[in-house]
Write a new protein. Sequence first.
Length: 376
Amino acid sequence: MTWNKDYSNFGIIGIEYQLPSLVVDEVDLAKYLNWEPEKLTIGLELLECGTVIDCEDSISLALSAVDRLMKKYNIDVNSVGRIDVGTESNHDSSKAFKTYLMNLFPGNNSICGLDTTNACYGGTAAFLNAIAWLESSLWDGRYAIVVATDVALYKDLPPLPTTGAGAVAMLLGPNAALKIKRGTLSHHFANTFDFMKPKTLYPHSFLDGKTSVQIYLEAFQKCYEKLNSSYDYMVFHTPYPKLTKKAAVLVGASPDKIEKSLEIPRRNGNSYTASAYMALVSLLSNNIAIGEKILFFSLGSGLASSLFVLEKCGEISTVDIKERLDLRKKISPEELVQRTSRIPELENFVPSDTPIFSGWYLKEINNYKRTYFKYE
């Protein structure tokens, strides 16, 4: 491919996503926890939370999202030159999730890029890395793909209502439909201990919820102070919808600017690195107008955060949100606890669950080697 290099022309061309197969009603979950339902439906503004069957994991979700993306935009496998993955769910300290995605690109072994990890921020680090590659002298004229994929698993009961999972894949290149407005990128990084995943706790985490909320609000305020652009909508990393509205109010913005981004987060919970991008998918499903601007805030505990403004410069479609959400199988809170609290087998495992909808799924783990199959 040959493109005229215009540094203001790069951004998101297309976007796709994969949801987990299971869902729990937050009212049922509140009753199980002996809480008033309003604590979750009003206090957190959550309606449902999503989780995976035993043949789904962050890799299978990523494979499904990228496969959907390639088919939706009719992308030739040889036209992709970079893949960046953001995740905090990797079970392996050496092998990157990106290496599994290479199975979708037979014959194309010249794809650079790997994984990035820092809590829920990894997807945005991957996105900014891909944009930097496109704008650099190293760009070879091919597309980049960015994937944010995670499964949030909690062993403790208090954070259980924010359980979530999913993957978002984005096609990046020239003549983009969504571009970062120049001069709007700001960051706030620090050393904090509000959320961690020591290997001894895998796949679960250590969470200091009160500190985490405080850090989220402070980081957003620090980034927002540097903003020099107007915007029409707001998209946030969304642990739960109410927190994003608190952040908006903190800087004098109307929570109404967030509402259109909350359909998936409200019904799927916190999908970690995919969370902000699930919110972006939700907003784009509302057919916002060409020229409208989106304030985008991404944060990962520990601490990494960035804010920028995306401008819609062309058409980009995200369809079937309600339909896909409604396809998930409802389970009880008791089953959710059983599924999210167990320690996954890493050496040898054969799943027993049957796929519910089309996508890629874990076939087996044999001597630590994971293989996946496609279910139509």
